[in-house]
Design a protein around this ligand. Structure first.
Ligand code: AMP
Ligand code: GLY
Length: 429
């Protein structure tokens, strides 16, 4: 791709990070984003089309003569957007509906892992509320209850309280007709973003997300409150084990058939005593993991993602910097249950393109010339430095300048890596 037009689908921090990365790419001449946010409107053209509107996005890609479409969120992937684009001859970073089912159905992902012998938690698919007590008793606390479908990172309950476990399982069965009950995996989590096509796979620097709302990993699960990379828990021997037991078999599996997987395989790992097992697969780049991973890619991002979209990753020379990155998410008052939206955000001036600190917009929009909040996760401040402490300094320095009434952020992002002892079971109180 020379001087190409790129369409980014989505409107979160991940998509803003991609847009910033692509704006540095010599291979990219035009950036379009649908629907985008206040941050992407500054570097590209936003289009008011929902990421889940498959026919609308497809029409837009044709209209702007996109050379490459990068699909951020899971919903359009599961709905087959990539298949529709490929049928029209448009290159696309993101798997077809078949591939995206590894995220769209946790039960499907479990079946593949069982077939390939990939290490993961034991699980039972429960459809009958009468069997619930027996299954929960046999698993023992802490219980892990998962809805079997897309739930924006909020479909999992981890709890040692039997009543909460019963409630979560019952409400999932009532809503979806079934629920997945998993054994609890102990250890420390890390996320691997693995670029995959049929020619090769490439593992980006391992990161660690902070899924709980509050400091000390307390409070409810969220879409992610911060992240850092590289994550030292994913040391080389762990990555090597992950390659041989998880990534190589998945690459082989996903490359079979007529429409091979071309995009990112997000591998959520639990690492215990150096041994990784899979907590979840996603069919896309992570959010906020992308915000700490893309800034560490030194190669031309447009060419890299285009190579994957073309099935030519094997020919690409990927270069990664030695730097560290950390991101801190600013969330709206009431997030995740009832986020308050429409509040003005101030203090953004001058921070957007600083090399040491980038503001990644997520739930923001422009209203009457002002930047206002429009979602639960409003924005994140990402610091880049030669060490994790330097990256964290950049991130916290930038976030502390931003003012949003009721806005809140975690103050302990990266503390596990700075100060190793912080483990033990994480359950909701
Ligand atoms: P998931 O959406 O499957 O990634 O789950 C969300 C979060 O719940 C994960 O990042 C973990 O913190 C936690 N979790 C999920 N499954 C397990 C498990 N089997 N054992 C322990 N924690 C889990
Ligand atoms: N940060 C978790 C996810 O993207 O699923």
């Amino acid at each position: 791709m020379r001087e190409g037009t790129v369409l980014i689908v989505g409107g979160g921090g991940r998509e803003h990070a991609l847009a910033i990365g692509l704006s540095d790419s010599e291979s990219v001449s035009q950036i379009h984003v649908a629907p985008g946010n206040a941050g992407t409107s500054v570097i590209g053209t936003n289009h008011p089309i929902s990421a889940s509107d498959v026919p609308g996005i497809t029409r837009l890609a044709v209209e702007i003569e996109a050379d490459l479409v990068i699909i951020g969120p899971e919903a359009p992937l599961v709905a087959g957007l990539a298949d529709d684009l490929r049928t029209l001859g448009i290159s696309c970073f993101g798997p077809g509906a078949n591939g995206a089912l590894i995220e769209g159905s946790k039960q499907h992902a479990k079946e593949i892992m069982r077939e390939l012998g990939i290490p993961t938690a034991d699980s039972v698919m429960l459809r009958d509320i009468d069997r619930m007590t027996g299954v929960l008793d046999s698993m023992g606390p802490p219980w892990v209850i998962k809805r079997d479908g897309l739930a924006a990172g909020k479909g999992v309950t981890v709890t040692s309280d039997i009543e909460k476990a019963q409630h979560a399982a019952t409400s999932a069965i009532n809503k979806d007709g079934s629920v997945l009950i998993e054994s609890f995996l102990e250890g420390e989590e890390a996320s691997l973003l693995v670029l995959i096509d049929e020619s090769d796979f490439a593992i980006l620097p391992a990161s660690q997300d902070h899924k709980r709302l509050s400091d000390g990993d307390s409070g409810p699960n969220t879409g992610g409150m911060g992240a850092y990379a590289p994550a030292p828990v994913a040391e080389i021997s762990v990555i090597e084990r992950a390659i041989s037991t998880i990534i190589a078999p998945m690459h082989e599996y996903l490359s079979r058939g007529e429409s091979p997987y071309r995009g990112c395989l997000y591998v959520g790992l639990m690492i215990r005593d150096g041994h990784p097992s899979v907590v979840e697969f996603n069919a896309r780049l992570g959010d906020p993991e992308t915000q700490v991973t893309v800034p560490l890619i030194e190669s031309d991002l447009g060419l890299l993602l285009f190579s994957v979209a073309q099935g030519k990753l094997g020919e690409f020379n990927l270069e990664i910097s030695d730097n560290h990155a950390a991101t801190v998410v600013l969330a709206s008052e009431g997030y995740p249950q009832n986020p308050v939206k429409g509040r003005e955000i101030s203090g953004l001036a001058g921070s957007r393109f600083d090399k040491r600190a980038i503001i990644h917009h997520a739930g923001t929009k422009i209203s009457s010339g002002k930047v206002v909040s429009s979602g639960g996760r409003v924005l994140s401040a990402t610091g880049i430095g030669e060490s994790l402490s330097e990256a964290l300094e950049g991130a916290y320095g930038a976030i502390s300048k931003i003012d949003l009434k009721g806005g809140h952020f975690r103050r302990d992002i990266g503390s596990r890596a700075l100060d190793r002892p912080l483990s033990g079971p994480k359950t909701e109180e």
